[in-house]
Ligand binder design. Structure first.
Ligand SMILES: *[C@@H]1O[C@H](CO)[C@@H](O)[C@H](O)[C@H]1NC(C)=O
Ligand SMILES: *[C@@H]1O[C@H](CO)[C@@H](O)[C@H](O)[C@H]1NC(C)=O
Ligand SMILES: *[C@@H]1O[C@H](CO)[C@@H](O)[C@H](O)[C@H]1NC(C)=O
Ligand SMILES: *[C@@H]1O[C@H](CO)[C@@H](O)[C@H](O)[C@H]1NC(C)=O
Ligand SMILES: *[C@@H]1O[C@H](CO)[C@@H](O)[C@H](O)[C@H]1NC(C)=O
Length: 438
């Protein structure tokens, strides 16, 4: 047996660890990368050698990529000063900071001729751009405009919106829109005559960042018409919707999955019935967190109550069903229940929840991190630095591909009471960025 260990190793009585440390570093790293963080940390405690080994920046950089995503790592490298190479970053500390994320910083993006103030529109991050459609605005009108803004230069704190002239969906608000693979799919909403819709639309990039909408052929079966439902993509071919307000004005609790055909020329809707399932609701959110899981949170229930429950939808092979996520009562702050919030996927498969309103229609300005990855059950309120956005609800938000920047547009904000605003409500037209401070 090659006794290459130091005397310290022998004092610890571990011939085994001497053997382990005889394995080449590359090999050992490959093995460590298969283990959960807790096991890596216990391995580190085995002896002096393993402590040194597990301090390696190479190892922690790989762990950052594994647990927080390659695009997050790339963003961190780009954001660090250009003079410092990635090898001079303290990846171990960065890992801890990503894990213990406790603050965000906001800044406004200015534009000249952007979309008018609105709420209950859609906003998606697609192909390096923000894509915005429709919504409700002052005077009860429902908009049918589509806007696009390239945000690659948003560090300059300005964006240029461009209105897309195309035969898109009719004016509406409370519709849902998700990026599926390399297209955008929109469903339902409430049109200008106040009628709930059940049409499905698809938008694709054509000829160098112009987009065009077309009505998607779906055959005879489609979910009943609705607005204020929740939707998100579950993979590159499928989209999930749940709930909303139906034709008779009642809240719905049904779950549907849209399958897009390979050539994107048609879609097929299937209703998924499972027990248990989230109760009927509207103004809630669905957020895909990877690993075939979609998180549902909050909304307004049948009795007009505002909800704080969390569910996930499991769409892994052979499954399609809901699982309730249970928290210890002390983990749930009373302040969590909300409707009309946003819930966006950020780095590490976590969900960033912002704003919304409570059962007294008090609008919120708080940021919460929800982490239910790898058996964790974490709710954490994040501090907000920099620009302090006003409390809002029925705004829309989307994160870029790094999961480190969130774009927020519009919503209902508290108006300064004046005759022109009898309800004391205002539609907001502000675009701002929420940056994770890591
Ligand atoms: C709204 O939808 C209803 C039914 O789907 C339709 O009859 C009506 O023409 C639509 N109104 C507008 C303004 O598009
Ligand atoms: C792309 O643009 C060209 C010319 O501008 C046009 O002929 C062509 O139809 C466009 N392609 C699509 C898919 O719209
Ligand atoms: C897209 O348009 C930009 C300028 O609008 C141009 O620089 C770029 O080369 C175009 N790309 C393609 C693939 O046509
Ligand atoms: C919903 O859409 C389908 C297919 O697009 C249509 O056949 C059906 O009549 C619609 N349902 C209702 C209740 O309007
Ligand atoms: C798309 O694929 C389907 C089969 O999946 C086929 O029936 C249809 O004709 C195709 N459409 C186009 C436009 O290629």
């Amino acid at each position: 047996m090659a006794a290459s260990g130091t005397s310290t190793d022998r004092i610890n009585g571990d011939d085994a660890s001497s053997l382990i440390t005889d394995i080449s570093h590359d090999h050992l790293f490959s093995i460590l990368l298969l283990l959960p963080l807790e096991s890596i940390l216990s391995f580190a405690m085995t002896c002096k050698k393993t402590i040194t080994l597990t301090r390696s920046h190479t190892l922690w950089k790989s762990l950052c990529a594994r647990d927080w995503g390659h695009s997050t790592v790339d963003t961190i490298i780009t954001a660090s000063s250009p003079s410092s190479s990635s090898s001079s970053l303290d990846w171990n500390r960065l890992y801890q900071r990503l894990r213990n994320l406790d603050r965000v910083s906001c800044f406004e993006l200015t534009d000249t001729f952007g979309p008018s103030p609105r709420a209950s529109h859609s906003l998606n991050f697609f192909s390096g751009c923000l894509l915005l459609f429709g919504g409700g605005c002052e005077g009860g009108r429902h908009l049918d405009d589509t806007w696009i803004a390239y945000v690659g230069d948003s560090y300059k704190r300005t964006v240029t919106w461009q209105r897309i002239i195309s035969g898109g969906p009719s004016g509406r608000f409370g519709h849902s829109c998700a990026v599926i693979g390399n297209c955008l799919v929109l469903f339902g909403g409430i049109n200008d005559s106040g009628m709930r819709q059940n049409d499905t639309w698809i938008a694709q990039e054509e000829n160098n960042s112009t987009f065009s909408w077309r009505l998607l052929e779906v055959g005879p079966v489609a979910p009943p018409p609705r607005g204020a439902h929740a939707c998100c993509s579950i993979d590159n071919r499928r989209m999930l919707i749940h709930g909303g307000i139906g034709l008779s004005g009642t809240r719905l609790g049904d779950t549907w999955v849209l399958f897009l055909s390979e050539n994107l020329s048609f879609g097929t809707w299937h209703q998924t019935v499972s027990h248990p399932a989230p109760s009927p609701r509207s103004g809630h959110t669905l957020t895909s967190i990877g690993e075939s899981r979609t998180v549902l949170f909050g909304g307004r229930g049948m009795g007009y109550e505002v909800l704080d429950d969390v569910w996930y939808f499991d769409s892994s092979e052979g499954h399609l069903g809901w699982v309730a996520v249970l928290f210890e009562p002390m983990d749930i702050a009373a302040a969590l229940a909300r409707v009309g919030h946003s819930a966006s996927l950020i780095s590490g498969g976590r969900v960033l929840i912002y704003g919304g309103e409570d059962s007294y229609r008090h609008r919120k300005d708080d940021f919460w991190l929800l982490d239910i990855q790898h058996g964790r059950r974490v709710w954490r309120r994040l501090k907000c630095e920099g620009y302090q956005p006003r409390s809002r609800s029925f705004h829309r938000a989307c994160a870029d591909e790094s999961g480190c920047y969130l774009y927020v547009f519009g919503g209902m904000v508290d108006g300064i009471l004046q005759p022109a605003e009898p309800s004391g409500l205002r539609f907001d037209g502000q675009l701002f960025v929420v940056e994770l401070l890591i």
